[in-house]
Design a protein around this ligand. Structure first.
Ligand code: ATP
Ligand code: MG
Length: 263
Protein backbone atom coordinates (compact mmCIF):
# COMPACT_ATOMS: atom_id res chain seq x y z
CA UNK A 1 0.00 0.00 0.00
CA UNK A 2 1.46 3.42 -1.05
CA UNK A 3 1.17 6.32 1.26
CA UNK A 4 2.82 9.74 1.52
CA UNK A 5 3.28 12.14 4.41
CA UNK A 6 2.58 15.79 3.63
CA UNK A 7 5.61 17.92 4.49
CA UNK A 8 5.30 20.32 7.40
CA UNK A 9 4.84 23.98 6.46
CA UNK A 10 8.47 24.78 7.38
CA UNK A 11 9.67 21.95 5.11
CA UNK A 12 7.90 23.23 2.01
CA UNK A 13 9.85 24.86 -0.79
CA UNK A 14 7.56 27.88 -0.69
CA UNK A 15 8.37 28.48 2.95
CA UNK A 16 12.12 28.18 2.30
CA UNK A 17 11.90 30.64 -0.56
CA UNK A 18 9.97 33.04 1.65
CA UNK A 19 12.70 32.79 4.29
CA UNK A 20 15.42 33.56 1.73
CA UNK A 21 13.45 36.58 0.46
CA UNK A 22 12.91 37.81 4.01
CA UNK A 23 16.62 37.45 4.87
CA UNK A 24 17.56 39.30 1.67
CA UNK A 25 15.10 42.08 2.53
CA UNK A 26 16.52 42.46 6.05
CA UNK A 27 20.09 42.57 4.71
CA UNK A 28 19.11 45.15 2.10
CA UNK A 29 17.44 47.32 4.74
CA UNK A 30 20.52 47.09 6.99
CA UNK A 31 22.76 48.07 4.07
CA UNK A 32 20.50 50.99 3.11
CA UNK A 33 20.46 52.15 6.74
CA UNK A 34 24.29 52.12 6.86
CA UNK A 35 24.53 54.11 3.63
CA UNK A 36 22.03 56.69 4.89
CA UNK A 37 23.90 56.96 8.18
CA UNK A 38 27.24 57.44 6.38
CA UNK A 39 25.75 60.15 4.16
CA UNK A 40 24.25 61.94 7.17
CA UNK A 41 27.60 61.86 8.99
CA UNK A 42 29.41 63.22 5.94
CA UNK A 43 26.84 65.99 5.56
CA UNK A 44 27.14 67.07 9.22
CA UNK A 45 30.93 67.11 9.04
CA UNK A 46 30.88 69.22 5.89
CA UNK A 47 28.31 71.63 7.30
CA UNK A 48 30.57 72.24 10.32
CA UNK A 49 33.49 72.87 7.98
CA UNK A 50 31.52 75.33 5.83
CA UNK A 51 30.44 77.24 8.93
CA UNK A 52 34.06 77.50 10.12
CA UNK A 53 35.27 78.62 6.70
CA UNK A 54 32.57 81.28 6.49
CA UNK A 55 33.62 82.56 9.90
CA UNK A 56 37.28 82.79 8.85
CA UNK A 57 36.31 84.54 5.62
CA UNK A 58 34.16 87.04 7.53
CA UNK A 59 36.95 87.75 10.04
CA UNK A 60 39.55 88.22 7.30
CA UNK A 61 37.23 90.49 5.40
CA UNK A 62 36.32 92.61 8.42
CA UNK A 63 39.91 93.03 9.61
CA UNK A 64 42.74 92.68 7.10
CA UNK A 65 40.83 93.29 3.90
CA UNK A 66 39.13 96.40 5.26
CA UNK A 67 42.35 97.74 6.82
CA UNK A 68 44.85 97.21 4.02
CA UNK A 69 43.05 99.18 1.30
CA UNK A 70 42.68 102.14 3.69
CA UNK A 71 46.42 102.06 4.47
CA UNK A 72 47.14 101.66 0.76
CA UNK A 73 45.25 104.89 -0.03
CA UNK A 74 47.06 106.77 2.75
CA UNK A 75 50.43 105.62 1.44
CA UNK A 76 49.46 106.60 -2.09
CA UNK A 77 48.62 110.11 -0.87
CA UNK A 78 51.97 110.25 0.96
CA UNK A 79 53.95 109.10 -2.09
CA UNK A 80 52.22 111.68 -4.29
CA UNK A 81 53.76 114.42 -2.12
CA UNK A 82 57.33 113.32 -2.90
CA UNK A 83 59.19 115.02 -5.78
CA UNK A 84 58.30 113.24 -9.03
CA UNK A 85 61.80 112.21 -10.09
CA UNK A 86 63.05 111.25 -6.63
CA UNK A 87 64.48 107.75 -6.11
CA UNK A 88 62.29 107.33 -3.01
CA UNK A 89 59.12 108.01 -4.98
CA UNK A 90 60.02 105.48 -7.66
CA UNK A 91 60.89 102.85 -5.07
CA UNK A 92 57.68 103.42 -3.07
CA UNK A 93 55.54 103.49 -6.24
CA UNK A 94 56.83 100.04 -7.22
CA UNK A 95 56.17 98.79 -3.68
CA UNK A 96 52.63 100.19 -3.88
CA UNK A 97 51.98 98.28 -7.11
CA UNK A 98 53.08 95.03 -5.43
CA UNK A 99 50.92 95.84 -2.44
CA UNK A 100 47.91 96.40 -4.70
CA UNK A 101 48.48 93.00 -6.32
CA UNK A 102 48.71 91.40 -2.90
CA UNK A 103 45.38 92.95 -1.87
CA UNK A 104 43.69 91.62 -5.02
CA UNK A 105 45.18 88.14 -4.45
CA UNK A 106 44.02 88.14 -0.82
CA UNK A 107 40.52 89.17 -1.91
CA UNK A 108 40.47 86.26 -4.38
CA UNK A 109 41.55 83.82 -1.70
CA UNK A 110 38.89 85.03 0.72
CA UNK A 111 36.25 84.81 -1.98
CA UNK A 112 37.30 81.16 -2.46
CA UNK A 113 36.58 80.54 1.21
CA UNK A 114 33.11 81.96 0.75
CA UNK A 115 32.24 79.84 -2.23
CA UNK A 116 28.76 79.47 -3.70
CA UNK A 117 26.76 76.66 -2.09
CA UNK A 118 24.51 75.54 -4.88
CA UNK A 119 23.32 76.38 -8.35
CA UNK A 120 24.08 75.40 -11.89
CA UNK A 121 27.64 74.04 -11.82
CA UNK A 122 28.09 74.21 -15.57
CA UNK A 123 26.95 77.84 -15.76
CA UNK A 124 29.24 78.91 -12.90
CA UNK A 125 32.17 77.02 -14.40
CA UNK A 126 31.56 78.43 -17.82
CA UNK A 127 31.59 82.03 -16.48
CA UNK A 128 34.71 81.43 -14.41
CA UNK A 129 36.57 79.57 -17.18
CA UNK A 130 35.78 82.14 -19.88
CA UNK A 131 37.10 84.93 -17.68
CA UNK A 132 40.29 83.06 -16.74
CA UNK A 133 40.95 81.72 -20.23
CA UNK A 134 40.31 85.18 -21.71
CA UNK A 135 42.86 86.76 -19.35
CA UNK A 136 45.43 84.07 -20.19
CA UNK A 137 44.80 84.27 -23.94
CA UNK A 138 43.67 80.62 -24.11
CA UNK A 139 40.85 79.16 -26.19
CA UNK A 140 38.09 77.52 -24.19
CA UNK A 141 36.40 74.26 -25.21
CA UNK A 142 33.70 73.38 -22.69
CA UNK A 143 31.30 70.47 -23.10
CA UNK A 144 28.75 68.59 -21.05
CA UNK A 145 27.22 65.12 -21.35
CA UNK A 146 23.46 64.51 -21.44
CA UNK A 147 21.19 64.26 -18.44
CA UNK A 148 22.23 67.16 -16.24
CA UNK A 149 21.30 66.49 -12.59
CA UNK A 150 20.98 68.48 -9.38
CA UNK A 151 24.04 68.13 -7.18
CA UNK A 152 24.11 67.74 -3.43
CA UNK A 153 25.39 70.80 -1.62
CA UNK A 154 28.62 69.16 -0.46
CA UNK A 155 29.45 67.79 -3.91
CA UNK A 156 28.70 71.16 -5.50
CA UNK A 157 31.01 73.01 -3.10
CA UNK A 158 33.94 70.68 -3.47
CA UNK A 159 33.55 70.12 -7.21
CA UNK A 160 33.30 73.85 -7.86
CA UNK A 161 36.41 74.57 -5.79
CA UNK A 162 38.47 71.78 -7.35
CA UNK A 163 37.47 72.86 -10.86
CA UNK A 164 38.19 76.53 -10.12
CA UNK A 165 41.67 75.78 -8.73
CA UNK A 166 42.46 73.48 -11.68
CA UNK A 167 41.24 76.05 -14.19
CA UNK A 168 43.20 78.78 -12.48
CA UNK A 169 46.34 76.64 -12.42
CA UNK A 170 45.97 75.84 -16.12
CA UNK A 171 45.55 79.52 -16.97
CA UNK A 172 48.27 80.82 -14.63
CA UNK A 173 50.99 78.22 -15.06
CA UNK A 174 50.55 76.13 -18.21
CA UNK A 175 51.27 78.71 -20.96
CA UNK A 176 49.03 76.55 -23.14
CA UNK A 177 46.70 77.73 -25.88
CA UNK A 178 43.67 75.51 -25.25
CA UNK A 179 41.69 74.89 -22.07
CA UNK A 180 39.30 71.93 -22.26
CA UNK A 181 36.58 71.31 -19.67
CA UNK A 182 34.24 68.33 -19.63
CA UNK A 183 31.33 67.63 -17.26
CA UNK A 184 29.63 64.21 -17.38
CA UNK A 185 26.58 63.36 -15.31
CA UNK A 186 26.81 59.56 -15.42
CA UNK A 187 24.39 57.52 -13.35
CA UNK A 188 27.12 55.94 -11.19
CA UNK A 189 29.28 59.05 -10.82
CA UNK A 190 29.85 62.67 -11.72
CA UNK A 191 32.96 63.10 -13.89
CA UNK A 192 34.77 66.42 -14.22
CA UNK A 193 37.85 67.02 -16.35
CA UNK A 194 40.10 70.06 -16.79
CA UNK A 195 42.80 69.76 -19.41
CA UNK A 196 45.40 72.09 -20.88
CA UNK A 197 47.91 71.71 -23.69
CA UNK A 198 50.67 73.64 -21.93
CA UNK A 199 54.15 72.92 -20.64
CA UNK A 200 53.12 70.39 -17.97
CA UNK A 201 53.84 70.31 -14.26
CA UNK A 202 57.48 70.02 -13.17
CA UNK A 203 57.94 66.26 -12.41
CA UNK A 204 59.52 67.09 -9.03
CA UNK A 205 56.36 68.98 -7.99
CA UNK A 206 54.14 66.23 -9.38
CA UNK A 207 56.05 63.53 -7.49
CA UNK A 208 55.97 65.51 -4.24
CA UNK A 209 52.28 66.29 -4.74
CA UNK A 210 52.83 69.98 -4.02
CA UNK A 211 55.20 72.91 -4.30
CA UNK A 212 56.77 74.22 -1.10
CA UNK A 213 54.69 77.08 0.34
CA UNK A 214 51.84 76.54 -2.15
CA UNK A 215 48.56 74.93 -1.23
CA UNK A 216 46.52 74.61 -4.42
CA UNK A 217 47.40 71.01 -5.35
CA UNK A 218 47.22 69.83 -1.74
CA UNK A 219 43.77 71.44 -1.41
CA UNK A 220 42.52 69.54 -4.48
CA UNK A 221 43.31 66.18 -2.87
CA UNK A 222 41.98 67.20 0.53
CA UNK A 223 38.70 68.33 -0.92
CA UNK A 224 38.33 65.27 -3.10
CA UNK A 225 38.75 63.08 0.00
CA UNK A 226 35.95 65.01 1.75
CA UNK A 227 33.42 63.68 -0.77
CA UNK A 228 35.01 60.22 -1.23
CA UNK A 229 35.97 61.26 -4.75
CA UNK A 230 38.86 59.99 -6.89
CA UNK A 231 41.17 62.72 -8.14
CA UNK A 232 44.00 62.26 -10.56
CA UNK A 233 46.47 64.87 -11.78
CA UNK A 234 48.47 63.62 -14.74
CA UNK A 235 50.96 65.73 -16.62
CA UNK A 236 53.60 65.39 -19.30
CA UNK A 237 56.23 67.98 -20.02
CA UNK A 238 55.49 69.81 -23.25
CA UNK A 239 52.14 68.04 -23.67
CA UNK A 240 50.00 69.39 -20.86
CA UNK A 241 48.07 68.52 -17.73
CA UNK A 242 44.81 66.70 -17.06
CA UNK A 243 42.89 66.87 -13.78
CA UNK A 244 40.14 64.26 -13.48
CA UNK A 245 37.62 64.15 -10.66
CA UNK A 246 35.10 61.33 -10.13
CA UNK A 247 32.52 61.77 -7.38
CA UNK A 248 30.38 58.67 -6.65
CA UNK A 249 26.74 59.17 -7.63
CA UNK A 250 25.32 58.56 -4.14
CA UNK A 251 27.30 61.57 -2.88
CA UNK A 252 27.32 63.72 -6.01
CA UNK A 253 23.61 63.85 -6.72
CA UNK A 254 20.90 65.39 -4.55
CA UNK A 255 18.37 62.80 -3.28
CA UNK A 256 15.33 62.73 -5.62
CA UNK A 257 12.74 63.58 -2.94
CA UNK A 258 11.91 63.30 0.72
CA UNK A 259 9.66 60.28 0.03
CA UNK A 260 10.55 57.02 1.75
CA UNK A 261 13.64 55.67 0.06
CA UNK A 262 15.01 52.16 0.20
CA UNK A 263 18.55 53.42 -0.34
N1 ATP B 1 48.27 73.15 -15.25
C1 ATP B 1 49.55 73.38 -14.86
N2 ATP B 1 50.51 73.52 -15.79
C2 ATP B 1 51.80 73.74 -15.44
N3 ATP B 1 52.22 73.82 -14.14
C3 ATP B 1 51.30 73.70 -13.19
C4 ATP B 1 49.91 73.46 -13.47
N4 ATP B 1 49.25 73.35 -12.30
C5 ATP B 1 50.16 73.52 -11.34
N5 ATP B 1 51.39 73.72 -11.84
C6 ATP B 1 52.66 73.89 -11.10
O1 ATP B 1 52.48 73.34 -9.81
C7 ATP B 1 52.75 74.33 -8.83
C8 ATP B 1 51.88 74.10 -7.61
O2 ATP B 1 50.52 74.41 -7.91
P1 ATP B 1 49.61 74.95 -6.73
O3 ATP B 1 48.24 75.13 -7.25
O4 ATP B 1 49.80 74.03 -5.57
O5 ATP B 1 50.28 76.33 -6.34
P2 ATP B 1 50.15 77.77 -7.03
O6 ATP B 1 49.09 77.76 -8.08
O7 ATP B 1 51.54 78.18 -7.45
O8 ATP B 1 49.72 78.68 -5.79
P3 ATP B 1 48.33 78.67 -5.01
O9 ATP B 1 48.71 78.23 -3.61
O10 ATP B 1 47.85 80.08 -5.09
O11 ATP B 1 47.41 77.70 -5.69
C9 ATP B 1 52.54 75.65 -9.52
O12 ATP B 1 53.26 76.70 -8.91
C10 ATP B 1 53.03 75.34 -10.93
O13 ATP B 1 54.44 75.43 -10.98
MG1 MG C 1 47.20 76.98 -7.70
Amino acid sequence: MDFSIKPELYQSLRFKLLCVCFAAFVLWQAFAFRVRQENRRLRLRLEARYAERERIARDLHDTLLQGFPALFLKMQAGVARLPEDSVERQFLSKTLIQMGELIVESRNKVSLLRSVKSGNLVAFLSDFASEQAGDAGMMLDMSMGDGERDLSQEAFEEAFFIMKESIRNACRHSRGTLLTIRVDYRSDALWLIVKDNGNGIDPAILAAGSKVGRWGLIGLHERARQVSAKLSVTSRLGIGTVVTLRIPGRIAYAPPSKKRRYI
